[in-house]
Design a protein around this ligand. Sequence first.
Ligand SMILES: O=c1ccn([C@@H]2O[C@H](COP(=O)(O)OP(=O)(O)O[C@H]3O[C@H](CO)[C@@H](O)[C@H](O)[C@H]3O)[C@@H](O)[C@H]2O)c(=O)[nH]1
Ligand SMILES: [Mn+2]
Length: 912
Amino acid sequence: MHCMASGAANSTMAAAAVTRRTNAGLLHVEGAATNGDGGGEGGESGRWTPAAKRPVVDDGGKGDVWVAVDEADVSGGAAAAGCEDGGRPPLFRTYKVKGSILHPYRFLILVRLIAIVAFFAWRIRHKNRDGAWLWTFSMAGDVWFGFSWVLNQLPKLNPIKRVPDLAALADQHGYSSGEDNKLPGIDVFVTTVDPVDEPILYTVNTILSILAADYPVDKYACYLSDDGGTLVHYEAMVEVAKFAALWVPFCRKHSVEPRAPENYFALKTQTYKGGAPGELMRDRRRVRREYEEFKVRIDSLSTTIRQRSDAYNSVKNVKDADENATWMADGAHWPGTWFEPADNHRKGHHDGIVQVLLNHPSYEARLGSPASVDNPLDFSSVDVRLPMLVYISREKRPWYNHQKKAGAMNVMLRVSARLSNAPFVINFDCDHYINNSQAFRAPMCFMLDGRGGGDGTAFVQFPQRFDDVDPTDRYANHNRVFFDGTMLSLNGVQGPSYLGTGTMFRRTALYGVEPPQYGAAASQIKAMDKANKFGSTTSSFVSSMLDSANQERSITPLGTVDESVAGDLAALTTCAYEYGSSWGRDVGWVYNIATEDVATGFRMHRQGWRSVYCSMEPAAFRGTAPINLTERLYQILRWSGGSLEMFFSHSNALLASRRLYPLQRLAYLNMSIYPIVTIFILAYNLFPVMWLISEQYYIQQPFGTYIIYLIGVIAMIHVIGMFEVWWSGITLLDWCRNEQFYMIGATGVYPTAVLYMLLKLVTGKGIYFRLTSKQTASSSSDKFADLYTVRWVPLLIPTIVVIAVNVGAVGLAMGKAATATGGLLSQQAWFAVLGMVFNVWILVLLYPFALGVIGQWGKRPTVLFVALAMVVAGVAVMYVAFLSPYDQAEWSAGVAAALGQAGPLTKQPSGS
Ligand SMILES: O=c1ccn([C@@H]2O[C@H](COP(=O)(O)OP(=O)(O)O[C@H]3O[C@H](CO)[C@@H](O)[C@H](O)[C@H]3O)[C@@H](O)[C@H]2O)c(=O)[nH]1
Ligand SMILES: [Mn+2]
């Protein structure tokens, strides 16, 4: 029991080891101050309400936490008070945490550092004579906890917030489309795999939100990569292109927000902008009707295609080998996968496809037509052009390792280079739609900022925000501690890590080029090409790379897709293209790792690039998150497994050159080894079992002093945590959820990840990670049905065992306290109660997990408490009946009896 006490305590020390996405989160504070909708929590925050007149960008300056940094300091004193380039105002403002919060925060970190050193020194001076192995193990554990705390804490010393200034961008780079618009081009990438696992409605919404974004329509192009190669996706895009002709002008005419139709029509409150609200209501009603019809067409695509194919197949020569072909609307065989898999037309085995669905628009604005009988919407003053839209499905062959998302991204990078070749690239997952139409402009403020260094920025990362998370965010899906705490801290070092979605890149950085201070991009590209790093390059591809180094560049208008273009595209999407090249290592997204995102961002930081964290209000993007316990655990299994893989790869932070900032290196090291701590956490959590075997184990003596030290270092970690809650602006609930989910991960997922990693090291076989399944939106009446669904997998077992052990331990502690010689005030009773406090603490942390595994019962958790009380009482009674007083023979008999009925028990150590 005593041992248990320290176990819990120490794991709490580690619990603050805030690591990649093991954390939770809430609503954005900064924004709350500026646009009247700060209210709601979780899912609803950052949505549009009538109060938000114009997309408001997070104004970090307001509030009582962040203070503006003198811009002259930021630019190394070179610029006169924030102006350079002939008085051009800067495109973003920088804020730091004000001194009255920052200084005590840093001071506490220092004090705790001293405290843990003193603690270790004391432990070494008071080495246990009996149970030395336990002492050694726990010492190793504590040293590891301390070390990971340092890795986690030091990069947080200097949180920085940077706020884009969209007005300044508009002044300098032309706002209105048409005349003198100097905004650069952007290629937008979206990835999807399967129209069922990733409901196609999400993808459709995402694409529509991109097409309707507030960015010069001739300056960006949208690419969808479909790794499933299904005709359903392709035809959905055909439908999208048609519906966009209505949706996009409608969005422009009334400046609606957000521009993803599903989310727009789901809004309860409406924004009244522009002219007559009456006209908006009329138009809206019409568009909504069209949208409902559009959705019906999308939903029935799979049936439509099947029926069409059946019809064709029955007419055509049935003896033909292609008797089960899937047919396109124009009467041709679909080159991708077929409903009835056939050679060269099944999953993982089909040709590459590139289809331009909407070509690059003209440079001249084109106004729509006035209202008429067939078209009741008046678009006569609205530009009705649509941006370019391209469907891609790369070639797939069974003998080739496709590298999942990373492979898909690299193909998109090449295809887009040939078709539009924008100097900037922004990517998101199919379930992340644009929630703020300014989302493409904001990152430009960082990329184009004139103060030396804008061009040293490789990527701009937006936080991930999620819809449809249960209101109490049971499994810490919002991850605010990570997004608003850890990422803002890194923003003050070299920049946030790349998080896979909602990220704008400088194209040359993706090609593996080093930042400008280490040589001109053009000469680097030439040298890399000579070294054959880009693969079997066509010369046009290399020249496109040279072009894309110009950050002022727009996009290449694509004429017709003639034979030479088609030939290039075919070559760029093949598996063979990358053979013998550096794709997946020095070029493009990084391969052979479950978390390609962190590794890819790491390569850039390692080369000396910087990155910027950009949060907007309302949130730039919103996505979906897994609210089912099993799905969520699988997701963090992939993240934690990927982290470990990173450590055992060429992306190990210790191997990076000196261009990686020291604190950034610590942060990456932390990000890649955090799951290891689980070995100690799990051991501590399971220690009570040991008291069955022997009674003499002590972690540390004298026990009283030990407890005081522990309480001290644990309390400090929480006080420091409160400072972080303060400056990051998250809520206490976010913070608590984060602590809880950390413990849940540490008891089941991280040990599994460590095992996987060991297996990989031994067998050389990579880790298989599955796609995170998306909630099936709108299908069920209960929005949060997934929360109450239990999917049993072995991954759940370790945590269940930990819960059982700790519940048993609480019962025992009660039994002990009740039977203590000398009554309730004796030291024996006191220790028992102390131990119990920590067991209870573990149980509180694991509570969301317990709710998860009881499924539907979780809606009325009283059941859980009744069951808990009964088990605890049962164990306590059994202790009193069999184990006390301490007669050894009786004790053994008691253990035998208890083991038969109630699981693990502990025995009061003698002589305490
Ligand atoms: O073979 C594949 C597998 C996945 N994807 C796409 O990759 C994206 C992310 O996959 P998902 O399973 O949804 O992963 P999440 O756990 O939701 O993703 C988070 O974590 C990933 C890294 O582990 C990042 O790549 C993601 O951007 C980030 O949102 C989705 O758009 C998929 O369509 C592909 O294109 N091809
Ligand atoms: Mn996802």
